[in-house]
Ligand binder design. Sequence first.
Ligand code: AR6
Length: 181
Amino acid sequence: MKTLSSRIEIIQGDITKLDVDAIVNAANSSLLGGGGVDGAIHRAGGSEILEACKKIVSEQGGCQTGEAVITSAGNLLSKFVIHTVGPVWHGGKNGEHDKLASCYINSLQLAVINDCKSIAFPNISTGVYGYPKAQAAQIAVSTVSGFLSKNGEIEKVIFACFDEENYRLVQQQLDVLIMYS
Ligand code: AR6
């Protein structure tokens, strides 16, 4: 197996442009679209994604915070979109940390079940949902690296950071990871 740090990449840019097996969407529990990265994914991927989301809603209702569901990816380069619902920041004492970590773990588990070798994450919850970016970056990197160290199936995880601040904060966490691995 490759080293942990060689299996994790970071880019600054638009997640909808990435050619990976699965991209992760920071959705809401209705699964019916919204703004931010959710809006960008539905716009770029086309109506097939929304139709697949509606089917899931009709079968199981929406998606709870911390959970994840998978759909096809319509016009995107990726094969799948994994929709996960991050926690809304309410000060940090309402289980936000564990729910955010669950988003990453449940998304990675769905990727493994669906034979994905590569997956890209946005900075879940750090936009409209208001999660402090530094804390979210720490959770993202520690949760993903913990998962990868126990599971060999995923070959590549990309953190697709849209804004400069998230890029810098995630890069800092990756530097720490490399230092201690
Ligand atoms: N590629 C990668 N990251 C992006 C892109 C993009 N194209 N566009 C925005 N981001 P947000 P949340 C970043 O608000 O906080 C939606 O309306 C953005 O800079 O998209 O989890 C949903 O429907 C930020 O760092 O998601 C929900 O209602 C990150 O994506 C709600 O927002 C997440 O910001 C979810 O809020």
